[in-house]
Each structure stands twice: as structure tokens, then as C-alpha cells.
Design a protein around this ligand. Sequence first.
Ligand code: NAD
Length: 494
Amino acid sequence: MACDRDDIGIDAERAWKLLIGGEWVDPAAGTYPVIDPNDGAVVGHAPEATAAQAEDAAAAARGALGVWRSRTPAERGNRLARLADVIERMAPSWLDLVQAETGSVTSVARGLQVGRPMIERFRYYATPINADADVAPVGAEAGALGPAGLMAATVKRHPVGVVACITPYNMPLVSVAGKIAPALAAGNTVVIKPAPQDPLGVLLLGEAVAEAGFDDGVVNIVTGAGPEAPAALVASPEVNMVSFTGSTQVGARIHADGAATMKRVLMELGGKGALIMTEDADVNAACTGIATTWRLHSGQICTAPTRVICHRSLLDQTTETLQAFAARMKVGDGRAPDTIVGPVITEAHRDRVEAFISSGLEAGATAVCGGRRPHRPGCFVAPTLLVDVKPDMAVVRDEAFGPVVVVLAHDDDDEAVALANDSCYGLFSYVYASDAKRAYEIGSQLESGNVALNTVQPHLYAPFGGFKMSGIGRDRGKWGIEAYTEIQAINWLS
Ligand code: NAD
């Protein structure tokens, strides 16, 4: 049933525009509908930018670079602090729209999509971080290049330049904030290209940027359903860096396409998070963590603990506990107060997740819960737990990006580590063990950019990024400034 989302006060006929060089510009390639995955209602008509408009945005960012990078870190920080204040005031009015386009349940929409995590990313980088560094002096021998003496050097950090920030659909505002806050703090200008499925909240963020008093062209936003606009940014010689979050497949394509113009890249890609449980693990705590794969945005989270590696002695207890948790999770419309598991983003994605589950069942897995489409129309996938899986099955190796958990058994820590590392991904892994030292020792052996011990919570300012096919580079904290700067060594002889 397709209708417009006017029923909850969203103006589905609003004429959304692109933000280029401080102006709101009509899209040259028309618009496309943004759909509420709960019921197919039209939330709005998003602008479809052409490749030429993406290039205009890159040129505008280039034009603004000189002024923005010459502002002091404190001046840039003041703008970011002001932006955080403006967003904090405006964000409650964004809630309905962002919830409709993302399909988030209310707690996720309020707490994550338009809540503090986005605002804090701007506040954090409002305080300048000095990533310059000194290098210890060394004695220099006399030689062909000059006389003997004491060589000193210092390291300065310069903004990379124009950064294209290309983001995925799951947490549109938080993803964008996580990129542009450090990029702007470091003196770069940006072109944002949000995901096709839920770009409207990011256009509202553009309004906050305008109100916060950024120089024209410092922040630009282009949207589109097709790959033309983001591909143009990747190819553009005006763009120095692509900061990408999304699938490994598209990340690899961007890396290849950007090579001709020697793009700097920050790549935050797919994951298949392992969660190891030792025989003394607190099963209830571990299962509460595992169940976030189901209840946090229907598993559309790159860091979700989707691959449980459970000590054989705890297998039955773990399976039964998870089954009981899943039975209590109502699947349904994200706006209903008792819904725990909302829709996945599109029907096409639901079909992908269903095909993923079917491939596991055909290969011999057993669905302890879920595995079948819930009895309701729409993009819904029931919390699914697959057991009797083998390490070489696609359900163990590939990312579902949906509410699907698989369970493997291990007999000792070495086997657990080997199973966890038997993956092309290495984004976020977890260890649940009662002995903290043992948890730390297991965690240190994991080929994973991030490891959490007895929790599934990340530290917001610890470096974030992936080993292997999960990405290149790190951001957050001071690593965010490092990611968006070029290092320059200045050497002198004394
Ligand atoms: P996606 O890779 O399909 O799309 C991401 C972005 O890439 C979109 O904005 C899209 O328009 C753009 N794009 C598509 N083709 C392009 C091209 N040829 N050139 C340049 N840009 C192009 O990802 P998705 O489906 O939106 O998101 C899901 C994926 O994102 C999952 O794999 C998930 O693990 C990953 N993800 C990773 C992180 C992380 O921090 N590592 C966070 C969230 C999501």
C-alpha cells in the first residue's frame, strides 16, 4: 500500500535541493522517491544530482578551501561548537522524517539517529587537537648532502584538501557527522554524498550548517539514487580524499577508481563480528550483547556480533537463552511503542537477507528461531538464529547486514581464536570470559581493528577501523585528525 507520509506531518511534496557553494540548487536529473520501509509510504522526493553537479560541488569545496584552512583551529572549533548547538536545537524536529526514511524503531531514532552521538561528534572536535609532533634530533655525518651537525625535524599536519564523504544508509546523520566533524576541524572542505535510501535528514543537516555560519562552499551536499554523482567525486581531480563508509565491494571499486588521481582514502567497510564465549562466560550477559544484532536497527550495523563462537559446554544454554530473547522481540512498525525489531531498509534488502538465510538452511544449518518471513507485509525479517553451521558456509563467512546470528562451537581458546580469525573481515570482535586477563589475551590475538571485552559497547574516542577487507585507516579521537591530514616533515641542521 503506497501512500504519502503526510499522515504524520511530513511534507512528502517538499522540493528538496542540493547544497552547492552555499546555495540550495535544483537537481538537474530530477528526483526519486524516498520510501518508508515500514509500509512503502513516500517520505519525500530526493534530488538526483548529475555528475556535473557533483563536480560543481567539488569545485565549490575547492574554492572555499583557502579561507577555511587559513582560519585558526580555534575559529574552526567555534563554528563546530555553534553547529552542535544548532543541531541540538533543531534535531527534535528532524525525528519523524529520519525515523520514516531509516525505518528505525523509536528508541534508535531518538537515541542514535538524531541524538547525542551525532551532536557529540561535533562537540568533540570543537576543541582543537594538536596532532603536530617533534622528532628526536640525530647527529648527521658530513657527506655529499652537507656538513656534519645536529639534524632536527618537526612534523606538521596540513588538511588533505577537498574530502568527498560517501556514506551508507544505516545511520545517515551519525555517519556524516563522524566524517565531517574531524575533516572540518582539520581544515578540509567537504562534499557529502549520503546513501540513496535515507538522504533527507542529511539535507536538514545542511540547513544547520548554513545557520551555524560556515563559509559558503565549506560544506556541500549532493544526493542521488545512482552511482553517477559519487563516481564523479571519486574521479574528480578537485577531490583529494574519499572518506567512504559502506560495503567492501563498493569500497574496493572506489579504491580502484580513485587510484588514477591518487586519492587518499579512509575506508570503513563490512564486518562479520566474532563473539567468543569461554566456558566461564556469563551467558546472560553475552546473549544480551549478541541480541543487539536483532534489536539494534534490525542488525543493519557493521559492528554487530553476528558470529558467535561459543564454548561447546555452553552451546545448549546459549542457544536456549537466545531463543527465549528472540521470542520476546516484537517485529513490526518502527513507530509502534512495543516494536523491538523494525524493518530492514528496502524490499530488495529483505530479499537479500532471506536468500542469505535460505543458503544456510540449504547447506544444512538449522534455524532455532526466525528463518521465515514474519506474517506481515513489508520489509521485515524475524530475528534469526542459525546453528549446525560449518566454518565454510556462506552464512558464516558473508555479511548479512540483517538480524541473523550464527553459532559455532569451540573446545579451547586456540580453536576459538582460529575460528574468529578465519574471516576476510576484521572490524569489531568481542570476548566474553569471566577472567579479565584471559579475555585480554584472547582479544589481543584477534585480527580485528576493534575488540571489546565483556561488553558490546565501543569507546567513542578510541581509534575505529578495520583489519583485512573491513577497511583502511582509522578515525575517531585524535585518529580522526590524523586521518584527514597530510604529514609534512620540516628538517633543519644546527
Ligand atoms: P553501499 O556500499 O551499497 O553504499 C554506500 C555508498 O556508496 C552510498 O552512498 C552509495 O551511493 C555509494 N556508491 C555506490 N556506488 C558507488 C560508486 N561506484 N562510486 C562511489 N560511491 C558509490 O553500502 P550500504 O548498502 O549503504 O551500507 C551497508 C554496508 O555498509 C555494509 O557492508 C556495512 O557493513 C557497511 N558499513 C560499514 C561501517 C563501518 O564503519 N565499517 C558502518 C556502516 C555500514
